[in-house]
Design a binder for this molecule. Structure first.
Ligand code: HEM
Length: 738
């Protein structure tokens, strides 16, 4: 019988550990060729950051930009440029590449070039962006492995803006392309898409997923659910842009700045004329989708969103035209030729926008319901008025917000490549640079470990180092031990970190640091000391179990200050669960737990965030348990009588057939506890959580558990634990790895 917890779980889980991408794809595109039977792609190409960095840094970005600029105005017959300039189209492409980023788990964004793959390549909101990428193919072909699609799309957005008259704030390379769709991202319930019912529309997406509706980057231009109410649209805009950490000013700057350029395309009814999206299109279309049978299907006859028209009188030039138009006129609803709701000036004489293709033809400017939100919502109105009256303030706000939008998922400045990288921004979680003349050496490391172990217990030091380093997430490369932000709010108060105990440990380590740094020229940062002390504790725990090991250590972390830490932006990194510490937070509304993720799925998600393999995840859980590193001091899963030692006891006792496990009566709100009893005597031996028992129940994890439980594996277990531990400690050391 399914447990109460199982039964309560629905599949709204925000990542794909309980549901496979292929099942989604199979439903949407039943004819899609299934490549799963072949091994994962092993390209002889740049698929890791180090080799990409080497190649990218050899590029002459000036030359690349010139090449891209050449494409801007070379109109192609198969997709003619509006106004003879592809700039606006490329700005939309870059925005849609970046705009899937979501703060709550750092997934999405342009960092992997995932716009090329399903489902994103076929989302209705990404309509005709397949053409934008094909226009760029000559550039990609020329630079090959040296320029990833991820970098090319964002750089092209910048070149587009510059070619239309606005200098950008900067550009950083470093996006390494993926070769198949990410298996771990849940974009939303893919049952019904926007285009299926323009006006009626698809499923409303749960917080905290990026968009409000499936198939949209952010919000419906016609208003929520197709309802043309600018105030309700403002509500949706505020909600969704804040999921990407954009405040009101940044939001207005981005929407107004974006719609200073280009036009919408809705020459005729999409339902009657537009063919399947790229993933569902016929083989001879060669990856192109949305082929239209309406007249020429391109240029003046193009159908993309179904809305039609431009916002300004000069859509290929950076100017104040968007706000001029917005404030100059009163607006009334109308329908585009495709039947979508949009707005035009009440003054019927206004005819100021030139046609994008036809000589001598002009039109009224248009606004979407979402554009009018920038005038109707009182707070947005204040920002819009300020920008209208102060074009320089608007330009600066747009440049900075554009840089944030397009670089948010790239991580700290140490991951940003190339000569166009601007100074670190607060949202990049800056850390001070390292002074190598003060670097500690091996003898200092030994001395510091011993000093830390004199003041704190093994478990205290292991937990503190883990708390510091395991805040890292591989999705947007934030968090980690560098910066020593575990000393600062908000991280120092996170419940998972047992704040009271943490304070005691940090005070003790500060004393160690003070004594050491006061002695001579060598200096140790708290960030380094926390890791170093954790390493010393792991060595001590291994030693207590009879294994002599040394955990590798590379000095070079520095301590960030409170001023360098944006508390609100950092708060999204707080783990609501950490299976490695057997911690499961209370189920808050809209937390992954609330969305149906099981404790074991949350463990897998954390392992993903830490870049761990199944084996590394397993060995870390097993070792952390015998060391006794549970949050809150719970004894769940500590399947050993030698707590504090690094041994394979967790796996030995989990695989021991003399123990029978039963769900315990004490079922808490979020957690299921199990009792392990002696089959013969009925005596209670252990307590454990779902995260513990999954290593005995899941066949793949059980295989790993049996491997580590074997008598010949004690040394290998410690060796593997040390390697996985070191990986976690080093996750954010881009200065060393890359
Ligand atoms: C409330 C948020 C937004 C909504 C609902 C929205 C919606 C749309 C729609 C429906 C189109 C027409 C697509 C077509 O038919 O070709 C469009 C075009 C465009 N959007 Fe947005 N957009 C939003 C925000 C942004 C942002 C933040 C940017 C960039 C910073 C941007 C840049 C553009 C550009 C440049 C075009 C013109 C593309 C072209 O000329 O081909 N938009 N937008």
């Amino acid at each position: 019988m399914a447990s109460a917890v199982d039964a309560a779980k629905q599949s709204r889980c925000p990542f794909h550990t309980q549901k496979t991408v292929s099942s989604v794809e199979a439903t949407w595109w039943p004819n899609k060729l299934d490549l799963k039977g072949l091994p994962k792609t092993q390209h002889a190409t740049a698929n890791d950051i180090a080799s990409y960095k080497e190649k990218f840094l050899k590029l002459d970005l000036g030359e690349v930009k010139k090449d891209i600029e050449g494409i801007m105005t070379s109109s192609q017959k198969w997709w003619p440029a509006d106004y003879g300039h592809y700039g606006p189209f490329f700005v939309r492409m870059a925005w849609h590449a970046a705009g899937t980023y979501r703060t709550f788990d750092g997934r999405g964004g342009s960092g992997t070039g995932n716009l090329r793959f399903a489902p994103l390549n076929s989302w209705p909101d990404n309509g005709n962006l397949d053409k934008a990428r094909r226009l760029l193919w000559p550039i990609k072909k020329k630079y090959g492995e040296s320029l990833s699609w991820g970098d090319l799309m964002i750089l092209t957005g910048n070149v587009a803006i510059e070619s239309m008259g606005l200098e950008t704030f900067g550009f950083a390379g470093g996006r390494v392309d993926i070769w198949e769709p990410e298996a771990d991202v849940y974009w939303g319930p893919e049952k019904k898409w926007l285009a299926a019912e323009r006006g009626g529309l698809g499923d409303k997406l749960d917080q905290p997923l990026g968009a409000v509706q499936m198939g949209l980057i952010y919000v419906n231009p016609e208003g929520p659910g197709g309802n043309p109410d600018p105030l309700q649209a403002a509500h949706d805009i505020r909600t969704t842009f804040s999921r990407m950490a954009m405040n009101d000013e940044e939001t207005v700057a981005l929407i107004a700045g974006g719609h200073t350029f280009g036009k919408a395309h809705g020459a005729a009814d999409p339902g009657a004329h537009v063919g399947p999206e790229p993933e569902g299109a016929r083989i001879h279309e060669q990856g192109f989708g949305w082929t239209s049978t309406y007249k020429s299907g391109v240029g003046a006859d193009a159908i993309t969103s179904g809305l039609e028209g431009a916002w300004t009188d000069n859509p290929t030039k950076w100017d104040n035209g968007y706000f001029d138009t917005l404030f100059k006129y009163e607006w009334e609803q109308t329908k585009s030729p495709a039947g979508a709701t949009q707005w035009i000036p009440t003054d019927k004489e206004v005819n100021s926008v030139p046609d994008a293709h036809l000589e001598g033809v002009s039109h009224a400017p248009i606004m979407f319901t979402t554009d009018l939100a920038l005038k109707m919502d009182p707070t947005y109105l204040e920002v819009s008025k300020n920008f209208h009256e102060n074009p320089d303030v608007f330009a600066t706000a747009f440049k900075k917000a554009w840089f944030k939008l397009t670089h948010r998922d790239l991580g700290p400045v140490s991951r940003c490549l190339g000569g166009l990288v601007p100074p670190a921004q607060i949202w990049q979680d800056p850390v001070p640079s390292f002074d190598s003349s003060t670097k500690i050496e091996d003898a200092d490391v030994t001395e510091l470990k011993a000093a830390a172990l004199e003041k704190c217990s093994v478990v205290q030091l292991v937990k503190t180092a883990w708390a510091s380093a395991s805040s890292y997430r591989s999705t947007d490369h934030r968090g980690g031990a560098n910066g020593g932000r575990i000393r600062l709010e908000p991280q120092s108060s996170w419940k998972v970190n047992d704040p009271e105990d943490l304070k005691v440990v940090l005070t003790a380590l500060e004393e160690v640091q003070g004594t050491f740094n006061g002695k001579g020229d060598k200096k140790v940062s708290m960030a380094d000391l926390i890791v170093l002390a954790g390493n010393g504790a792991v060595e001590a725990a291994a030693n207590a179990a009879g294994n002599d090991v040394t955990v590798p250590f590379v000095a070079g972390r520095t301590d960030a200050s409170a001023e360098e830490t944006d508390v609100a932006s950092f708060s999204v990194l707080e783990p609501t669960s950490d299976g490695f510490r057997n911690y499961l937070g209370m189920s808050q509304p809209n937390s992954p737990q609330d969305m149906g993720a099981t404790a074991e799925a949350l463990l897998v998600d954390r392992a993903h965030m830490l870049g761990l393999s199944k084996g590394e995840m397993s060995v870390l859980v097993g070792g952390m348990r015998t060391i006794g590193a549970n949050a809150g001091g719970s004894s769940n899963g500590i399947l050993t009588s030698n707590v504090g030692q690094l041994s394979n006891d967790f796996f030995v006792n989990l695989c021991d057939m003399s123990t029978a496990w039963t769900p315990s009566a004490e079922l808490t709100q979020v957690e299921e506890i199990f009792t392990g009893t002696d089959r013969e005597t009925g005596e209670e031996k252990w307590k454990a959580t779902r995260v513990d028992l999954i290593f005995g129940s899941n066949s793949e994890l059980r295989a790993i558990a049996e491997f580590y439980a074997s008598d010949d594996c004690k040394g290998k277990f410690v060796e593997d634990f040390v390697a996985a531990w070191n990986k976690v400690m080093m996750n954010d050391r881009f200065d060393v790895v890359a």
